[in-house]
Design a binder for this molecule. Structure first.
Ligand SMILES: [Zn+2]
Ligand SMILES: [Zn+2]
Length: 362
C-alpha cells in the first residue's frame, strides 16, 4: 500500500492509499524521498488543463530504487535517482535526432489493455499516472527512461527540484538558447524555473542577467542567484529600463511564468536578432506573436518544453554543478513540508510568493 496525494476532483488533493503493480520488464519501482510542488501541477489541480481522474500529480522527484524489471539496465536497486517527466522511447524521429524532450514516449507507458501501474487500494479501479510519474506518493512505478541515477552524496530534497524546475530553467539557457558568454539575458518570472534560469545564466557567463518579477522578495532571491539587474515587471517603463541596461535589448528573453503579458514583454525587450523562449504553460487559448518589424529585425520566438532536456546527460551534470557550489539549490528551495500539508503548499504557490516548496517523505 502506498500513501499518495490523489486528485479525485478539480480543486484540491486528498491523502489516500493506492496499490502499485509489480515492475514490468522495463519498469522501476522507486521509494520517493522528495517531490517539489510545481506550477504545472496547479494547472491540472485547478482544471485549466484537463486530465482523466482520479490521478496522482507530482513530477519533480528524487528517490531510491527499490526494485527493477527483468530488462532494466540503466539503474539497479539502491541507486539514488532523479525522475523526469520527459520519458523517452529512444527510437523515434525526435529521440534519434537529439530532441528527446519532444518524444511522445508512446511505448514508455503500459498498453491500455494491460494491468494499470496504479490502482485504488481495494483494487476496484485504476488511478491515472500523471506525466509518466505520479510522484506525490511514497513510491513510484515508472519506465526506466523516466529517471537517471545520480551521485549518492547529493541530498535528495535538493536533487528533486532538478527534475523539473532546474532542468527547465537551466535547459533553456544551456540547450534551447546556447547562451554565449557576455550575452545579455532577461528572465521574466522568478519562481523555481525562472530562478534556475537566472542561476544558469550566471554559470553560462552571461554578461547581463536581468530578473523581471513583480515581487520584491523574488527579485532579491534572483540577485542572490546571480541577477546583475532587476526590474519590476509591473513598472510602466519596464521595457525602457531593460533597453537602457542593455543598450538596445537582450539577446535572450526567457518567459518562466505562463502568462500572455509576460510572453509579450519577452518579445518587446529583444535586441535585433534576439530570441524569446517561452517556458511557461500558458492558458490553452493564448497566442504569442512576432510583428512585421520584429521579423524584419531578425527576432526569433521559440518554445522549449522542459528546457529541451537530454536529461540522462543533463541531470548528473546539474548535480555536479550543485556539488561544486555553482548551482544554488539551497536558495531555490523555500520550505520542506510533509505530504499532509500539500494543499497549503499549493495555496502558497497560487499566491506566487514562495520560490519552491518540497514534500519530503521519511
Ligand atoms: Zn514542473
Ligand atoms: Zn522517442
Amino acid at each position: 500500500m502506498t500513501r499518495a496525494a490523489i486528485l479525485e476532483q478539480v480543486g484540491s488533493l486528498t491523502i489516500g492509499e493506492v496499490e502499485l503493480a509489480d515492475p514490468g520488464p522495463h519498469e522501476v519501482l522507486i521509494d520517493t524521498k522528495a517531490c517539489g510542488l510545481c506550477h504545472s501541477d496547479l494547472h491540472f489541480i485547478d482544471g485549466a488543463y484537463p486530465h482523466p481522474l482520479p490521478a496522482i500529480p507530482g513530477h519533480e522527484a528524487a528517490g531510491v530504487v527499490k526494485a527493477v524489471g527483468s530488462e532494466v539496465k540503466t539503474v539497479k536497486p539502491g541507486d539514488h535517482v532523479v525522475s523526469c517527466l520527459s520519458a523517452f522511447c529512444g527510437h523515434c524521429e525526435f529521440c534519434v535526432t537529439g530532441r528527446m524532450a519532444l518524444c511522445m514516449g508512446a511505448d514508455t507507458r503500459r498498453e491500455q489493455t494491460a494491468k494499470p501501474r496504479i490502482m485504488r487500494a481495494d483494487g476496484s479501479a485504476p488511478v491515472a499516472q500523471m506525466l509518466n510519474l505520479s510522484a506525490f506518493a511514497e513510491q513510484m512505478l515508472i519506465h526506466e527512461h523516466a529517471c537517471v541515477a545520480i551521485d549518492k552524496d547529493m541530498p535528495l530534497d535538493r536533487a528533486a527540484v532538478i527534475g523539473c524546475a532546474v532542468t527547465t530553467g537551466a535547459g533553456a539557457i544551456f540547450n534551447a538558447c546556447s547562451v554565449v558568454p557576455g550575452e545579455a539575458v532577461a528572465i521574466v518570472g522568478c519562481g523555481g524555473v525562472g530562478l534556475a534560469a537566472v542561476n544558469a545564466a550566471r554559470i553560462a557567463g552571461a554578461g547581463k542577467v536581468i530578473a523581471i518579477d513583480p515581487l520584491p522578495e523574488k527579485r532579491a532571491l534572483a540577485e542572490t542567484l546571480g541577477a546583475t539587474h532587476t526590474v519590476d515587471a509591473m513598472a510602466d517603463d519596464a521595457v525602457e529600463q531593460v533597453m537602457k541596461i542593455t543598450g538596445g535589448g537582450v539577446h535572450h528573453a526567457i518567459e518562466a511564468v505562463g502568462r500572455q503579458a509576460s510572453a509579450d514583454l519577452c518579445v518587446k525587450i529583444l535586441r535585433r536578432g534576439g530570441t524569446a523562449t517561452i517556458l511557461g504553460m500558458m492558458p490553452l487559448d493564448c497566442k504569442v506573436g512576432l510583428g512585421a518589424m520584429d521579423l524584419l529585425s531578425g527576432k526569433t520566438l521559440q518554445g522549449a518544453i522542459m528546457g529541451m532536456n537530454h536529461f540522462p546527460v543533463d541531470l548528473p551534470r546539474l548535480v555536479d554543478f550543485y556539488m561544486r557550489g555553482l548551482l544554488d539549490l539551497d536558495t531555490i528551495i523555500a520550505e520542506r513540508i510533509p505530504l499532509e500539508e500539500i494543499n497549503d503548499g499549493f495555496e502558497k504557490l497560487r499566491g506566487g510568493h514562495s520560490a519552491r516548496s518540497v514534500v519530503v517523505f521519511d
